[in-house]
Each structure stands twice: as C-alpha cells, then as structure tokens.
Design a protein around this ligand. Structure first.
Ligand code: SAH
Length: 251
C-alpha cells in the first residue's frame, strides 16, 4: 500500500506565533527541505514585513500560507497529527524522536495529509492541543535549556523528513498502516469523541464537573489504536444504540 511519500501532504502548522520573523524563518526552513504547506493558526502579526525579510527567497511559501481561527480546522482532513514539545507533560503520550518522526511522516504522507504542530514561543502547545496528537516529538537537547527557537525546531523536524524522503529502504515503522480500510481522519475521530463524551455523560459514567482526566485518557487510548473508518462507524453505531435504549428508559 505504501509508495513514495508526498510532500504536498505534509503541513507545518504554527499555532499562535508571536514573532512574524519566526514565520519567515520557518518558510525558509521548509523551502530548503522541499516542503510547501504552511498553515498558520491565529498568528499574532501576519502578513508582516519582518516575516518577508526572514523568509529570504521563500516568500512564495508565505504568500500561499493558509490562515485558520482554530487548530481543528487546520487538521480536520489529516490522518496523522504529530505535536512537538520541548518538555514532558502531566499525562505521558507516545513519544517519538525526530528521526522516527521523519520516517513516519514521509511514509504516511503517501496515503493521507500529515500535520506537524508547533507551539507558541512563550508557552508551547496547550495540553488541549497536545491531546489532539497521535504522537509527541521531542528534539533531544540540553535538559537545563531544552527549548529551541521556533524556526530552529521546525528546521530539525523538516530536515529529518527530507532525509527520510531520500531513504529508499523500508524503515519498518508503523506497519499497521498496511490495512484493508483507510485510517480515520481527524474530523471523524473528533466527532466520535464528542459522541463518546455525550454518551458517557448520559449513562452517568462521566461527570464533567469531576472529569479526572477521563476524556484525556480516552483520547490517548484511541489515538494509540489509530482507528480505521469502519471501526469509527461501528463505535458510533454502538453509541447511538446505547443512547436509543437509554431514551426508552428515561421517557
Ligand atoms: N517555552 C515553551 C517552548 C516554546 S518553543 C515551552 O516550554 O513549551 C516554541 C516551539 O518550538 C514549541 O512549542 C515546539 O513546537 C518547538 N520546540 C522548541 N524546542 C523543542 C524541542 N526541544 N523539541 C520539540 N519541539 C521544540
């Protein structure tokens, strides 16, 4: 099923970037590594001349950058979302290193869009954004000073994707992608999570006033599984059946 990757299916998503110079630096890093899809979620200042200066010859990427109001809109059609993080978070998530990130991104880009999320200069990605990701990637760095400049972090990640694109051998990572059904897209999985949360609430299993990380743990479970389209629709059907039966008792 896997053929050559497709760079047009790989998008770099910058969330809430403060400094337009960093956006320019990212455009340049991407163009050096033959990537073009730059998605900006609520940039603080864009378009901006400082972005153009830092982009050097990569202004075409800036011109074609797509701007969004929320992360969900920027990744809805993706089959894989990877978040970058300079530090560990409270609930650990599956972590890959930049080399595996390059390999899996390149490989999966042959079948569906892949998004790589990069956070704010001051605060990184929020927990809510990180839990939308299948994997987190951490660039190994000085533990006392682990946070790279945003465009430098993008440079490392896109370099690894480029290296993976030059690699002819099968890296054998993530074999489960060779499957009879397409992997579910982010938008369908989001709707499943909304439905799951609603049903868990209706049956009295989930109390939104006392959440205890339940929905985060459910998200982590299902993002590890990488459900296919058929599995999502079976589970949605099951949830609907539970809701129908419940409404018979609560009439
Ligand atoms: N102070 C922030 C770091 C922001 S750096 C924090 O503590 O989270 C801006 C962005 O660059 C991060 O959100 C991440 O996308 C990327 N980045 C910086 N250093 C990184 C690292 N070591 N590994 C992975 N991503 C990194």
């Amino acid at each position: 099923m896997f053929q050559e990757g497709c760079s047009n299916n790989i998008r770099i998503v910058l969330i809430n970037t403060s400094h337009p110079g960093n956006i320019g630096g990212v455009a340049r890093a991407m163009k050096n590594m033959a990537l073009e899809q730059l998605y900006l979620v609520q940039p603080r200042e864009f378009p901006a001349s400082r972005a153009v200066w830092r982009a050097a010859g990569a202004t075409d990427i800036l011109k074609r950058a797509k701007i969004f109001d929320c992360v969900d809109d920027a990744v809805r059609d993706c089959g894989l979302v990877i978040g970058t993080s300079a530090r560990g978070r409270r609930i650990p998530w599956p972590i890959i290193d930049p080399r595996d990130c390059g390999a899996i991104t390149w490989k999966e880009s042959s079948v569906h869009p892949v998004a790589l999320l990069f956070g704010r200069e001051d605060r990184g990605l929020t927990n809510d954004e990180l839990r939308k990701c299948h994997y987190h990637v951490h660039i190994p760095s000085n533990q006392e000073y682990s946070s790279l400049n945003l465009s430098c972090a993008v440079q490392v990640i896109v370099y690894e994707i480029y290296l993976a694109s030059l690699e002819k051998n099968d890296l054998n990572f993530n074999k489960q992608i060779e499957w009879d059904q397409p992997i579910a897209k982010v938008g369908d999985v989001e709707r499943f999570h909304t439905h799951l949360e609603e049903t868990m609430r209706e049956v009295g299993f989930y109390d939104p006033n006392n959440p205890k990380q339940l929905t985060t743990r459910m998200r982590r479970l299902f993002s590890r599984v990488r459900m296919d389209e058929m599995e999502v629709s079976i589970l949605r059907g099951l949830l609907s059946a539970v809701q129908r039966r419940l409404s018979m008792y609560t009439k």
